[in-house]
Design a protein around this ligand. Sequence first.
Ligand SMILES: Cc1cn([C@H]2C[C@H](O)[C@@H](COP(=O)(O)OP(=O)(O)O[C@H]3O[C@@H](C)C(=O)[C@@H](O)[C@H]3O)O2)c(=O)[nH]c1=O
Length: 180
Amino acid sequence: MKNVTARCSDIDAQSVWRCPGLFYGELQPKAFEQATGCKRDFVQDNHSRSRQGVLRGIHYQLEQPQGKLVRVVQGSVWDVAVDLRRDSAHFGQWVGVELSAENSRQLWVPEGFGHAFVVLSETADFLYKTTDYYHPESERCIRFDDPELAIEWPELPVEFSLSEKDQAGSTFSKADVYKR
Ligand SMILES: Cc1cn([C@H]2C[C@H](O)[C@@H](COP(=O)(O)OP(=O)(O)O[C@H]3O[C@@H](C)C(=O)[C@@H](O)[C@H]3O)O2)c(=O)[nH]c1=O
């Protein structure tokens, strides 16, 4: 499997099941720094809800590149980060991880990576913090099924469902990428 863990950190979130309900402790800056070795200020918190089979990505912004700390608070997704830094030893390699409300895992997707996910459960609530602001003018998309990237997506009982923007994604070979 083409896989890279370099600079993508899988973090144990601080969530605790309670009876009844769930207590979720936001990852504090110090804990984030300890887990990733990175120091970041997050400027935006996003929340999206999608149904099973919805696939979003592979997204990235050329300007104002965003580091993303991602997690799921309801349901589960298969989450993927792709190294798009041309000078990187891991250029074009990807890492995938299941994120769910049950496993409380978080993935740190650093600046310079593309990001995508597909919803495994009936629905999923996906939350992410970003290190820079949304910049639609420089947003780019690479096809999730690019043969060169050869990302392994899970099999689902429903067809994958993509937005028009995601259907029109570029091939990896023709995509604008990061210089470093
Ligand atoms: C991401 C984003 C979208 N929007 C708006 C634009 C549009 O009208 C609507 C939906 O946008 P999108 O179709 O881009 O949403 P979505 O497909 O959920 O995009 C997200 O996908 C995942 C994989 C990521 O990595 C995220 O960074 C982001 O790109 O929300 C904002 O206003 N601010 C934002 O930060």
